[in-house]
Design a protein around this ligand. Sequence first.
Ligand SMILES: [Fe+2]
Length: 469
Amino acid sequence: MENDVNILVVDDEDYIRDSIKLILEEEKYGFIEAEDGFKALDILEKRKDEIDIVMTDLKMPEMDGITLLKIIKERYPDMTVIIITGYPSLETAIETLQIGADDYITKPFNVNDVHSKLKRALESKKLKREVALLTDIVSIYESARFLSSTLSQEEILLEITKKLIGEFGLDGFYIKLFTRKLTLHNAEQELINFLDDEFYAKRVLILFGSAREYEFKTVCNGKNYSVIIFPMYSKDGLWGIFAIYYDSKKKLSNIKKEMLNIYSGQISLALQNSLSFLDLSDGYMQTIVSLSNAVDAKDSYTRGHSENVKRYSMMIVDEIGFPSEFGKYMTYAGLLHDIGKIGVDTYIIVKPDRLSPEEFVEMKKHPVYGKEILEPIKFLGDVPYYVLFHHEKVDGTGYPYGLKDKEIPIGAKILSVADSYDAMTTDRSYRPRRTPLEAIEELDRCSGTQFDREIVSAFKSALKKSKVI
Ligand SMILES: [Fe+2]
């Protein structure tokens, strides 16, 4: 369509349509005609994005103008509709305006009146578009800000979904990250493989391609989709693909495509950050877990102790029904609770006999060392404090600070029960192990003095459920 502005004229009488055509041609407006409401809806279905204004007669045999107006406003709320009426009455005017008509023109036509009403309608449409565009820009900006503030992939994907499908009305999107770095040369091949897998490239015609985006149409489940692929680059080259697709009947303006291009850059950055954070976190975790294994391995009697404390802590967490986020922290806490023993002389740790008072003073420093080792690692949350307080007792006789019941965090109280149970039920050089039942009796005996009552009873029922006791 060559004209900038296109007007769909719906009237059952040829001469009315012809006379409007003449008026529109004066202003070089494009003229599209329909002799009844059904034909008009058909045209709108196919060419909605080309049409700026619908002018419709009120009295038509097949479908009257009011019904057509209602359907148009329901399906295309942004479409401007001007009513043509030969019987101007206040009631009709009010009724049509209430349903959402933008204006009305009376027959016989006053050419100047028609011109000025069309002009006014177009101006208000332009204004509405600008406001909508501004709203989109603000919303993309806010979303980009959110993406740069989170490292959680789950949150990133949720936000993108909300924005692209919820607000932009797209049908879907794909993100594919490559496991190896690609040169530009084999990036093209990867793109084609991706198209093959996801969009049946054999039926795909690449209409437009640039270093920034590839746009084409495809058929999937009998529906026509437009697809735009934004390659995601990092400083090392192509590292992923971000693709959006939408019903081909919808048209995406160039400004919207440009916004999506900018948005894809933000998505790429957010994903890179979150992945390198994960890598970093993984790296830290691996180091810490191997350190913790090294601590366990210092003494053959405590081998597997951290793993056991983690397992028992999780039994308690599940039994009480804590949120999964807390469970994740308790996994770390269980594995790492004795990490501070790295700082204690090995001879104290491996000593086969009971410790002397001086040695015990040394040994009692391990919770503090543990907290110091773990504190710089941000993703561990409060874990360093669970570690710091895992030898505190609810009656205030524990170490290092002699904290009382409510002052001790729940994570530390869980560790304390899990730690003591594992220590009692495994052999030590200076004493043989106790049976689970004996260990539970001991926990019970110290419940309310050394241990938190609720946690001991939760642990007991968890052990019963897993048939340990
Ligand atoms: Fe400990």
